[in-house]
Design a binder for this molecule. Structure first.
Ligand SMILES: NC(=O)c1ccc[n+]([C@@H]2O[C@H](COP(=O)([O-])OP(=O)(O)OC[C@H]3O[C@@H](n4cnc5c(N)ncnc54)[C@H](OP(=O)(O)O)[C@@H]3O)[C@@H](O)[C@H]2O)c1
Length: 380
């Protein structure tokens, strides 16, 4: 049975069993920018007395009960006031998720996964699963409805997929190198590269940080197993060490010199990627977790003609129509449903337990395998 047939069958079943169980609303929001642990507040109204304008008597509105919402680095940066909006050229730091129920506040978070609880038109049925994307929604049927990790699919997977396809045409024998290979984006990069072509190799550079030798071994096994990286290198060995870079080049030669480097960190880590990148290669920067600039040697730009580019998924979404975004989403959802894509580990927290979620995120550099904090929004 195809996924679409399965969807049709499930729709008829869920339509019979549908009932709205809750009409509750709560949010994590902020009235001023600053450190998330200081400025975020939890608010709720229970049960909802008034719904957002336009919901009642409208045939075109979907009511979605949000199940899970990830806490991504960009969500923290938005609360800090350092993350721009792709919608506004004039006022780049304008907040875009203003609260319907608590005026003067902005709602934290930017993506998630939910289920329809009320809908007007015939295209949707109650209990359909949705992944809202900017100015559109993607529907899918999920076998394991309890999986919170699916909430991370669009930002992490979309970013990984676009970076692997928009800059260089990867062919059998191509090699991709990335830092933060253990990040949410990083583990999807290494898996999606193999789905693009099983003969594309991925070198994942990670840091040992304060991990124990046992945790480092577990991380390496995870990256080469579940995440499908071909080679794992540690940036502490490579930074400012010409001999180690030469040794890494020899190791990587077995796969081919990298044509694409994906940089989530900046600073010394991005210099390592530049040294290992092939002539005419691309360094695509999508994050700056080290908060350090990127240093490129003059010779890398002149003689190796390396191109430095950036990728911002929010801008990509604003610039593309719903059909194109939906196609990307379908590709990711299909890979996930076909069990070809393992999503990053997550740990769920109640929305009111946000301090614990922030604390959890801050401790992940010690963990063998990172797990992303995800808010379970279903319980008050
Ligand atoms: N441009 C876009 O459209 C886009 C979209 C999605 C994500 N991003 C960006 O991509 C990056 C990764 O996001 P994610 O959600 O996948 O991350 P994540 O799962 O939270 O993982 C964070 C990664 O950053 C590393 N890291 C954190 N602080 C670091 C530091 N000071 N120095 C070196 N490494 C550090 C971590 O390494 P350890 O485990 O060793 O701590 C880990 O590999 C973030 O910068 C995020 O904003 C950009």
């Amino acid at each position: 049975m195809s996924r679409r047939q399965l969807l049709a069958a499930l729709r008829s079943r869920t339509a019979e069993s549908y009932r709205v169980q809750r009409r509750l609303y709560h949010e994590l929001s902020f009235a001023r920018t600053g450190a998330p642990e200081k400025v975020l507040e939890y608010h709720h109204c229970s049960p909802i007395q008034s719904e957002p304008s336009g919901v009642r008597n409208s045939n075109s509105v979907l009511c979605i009960e949000v199940h899970h919402v990830p806490w991504n680095p960009a969500d923290a940066n938005t609360v800090q006031g350092t993350y721009p909006s792709p919608y506004s050229e004039l006022s780049p730091y304008r907040q875009i998720h203003s609260s319907e129920f608590f005026p003067q506040r902005s709602v934290a978070g930017s993506e998630g996964y939910g289920r329809i609880v009320q809908c007007g038109g015939p295209l949707w049925l109650p209990l359909d699963a949705v992944l809202p994307i900017q100015r559109g929604t993607e529907l899918f049927v999920e076998d394991d409805v309890t999986s919170a990790a699916v909430a991370t699919l669009f930002q992490l997977g979309g970013t990984a997929l676009r970076m692997l396809t928009d800059f260089v045409k990867l062919k059998p024998g191509s090699t991709v190198i990335q830092n933060a290979g253990n990040s949410g984006v990083g583990i999807l990069v290494s898996q999606l590269a193999k789905l693009i072509n099983k003969n594309v190799a991925v070198v994942s550079v990670v840091r040992r940080s304060s991990r124990s030798p046992k945790a480092v071994a577990e991380l390496t096994e995870y990256l080469t197993g579940t995440a499908k990286a071909d080679l794992v290198l540690f940036e502490e060995d490579l930074i400012d060490n010409r001999d180690a870079i030469q040794a890494a080049k020899s190791q990587i030669e077995a796969f081919g010199t990298p044509v694409l480097a994906l940089n989530a960190l900046g600073g010394a880590s991005s210099s390592v990627l530049l040294q290992l990148l092939d002539t005419e290669g691309y360094l695509v920067t999508y994050g700056g977790m080290s908060k350090q600039p990127i240093y490129a040697a003059t010779s890398q730009l002149i003689f190796k003609n390396i191109k430095l580019s950036g990728y911002w998924n929010s801008r990509w979404m604003v610039r593309h129509c719903t059909a194109v975004k939906s196609a990307v989403m379908s590709e990711l959802v299909d890979a996930y449903l076909d069990k070809k894509l393992i999503l990053p580990s997550v740990k769920a927290f109640g929305l009111s337990d946000f301090q614990a979620a922030i604390q959890h995120t801050a401790t992940q550099s010690h963990a063998a395998i990172r797990s992303k904090a995800v808010f379970d929004c279903r319980e008050l």
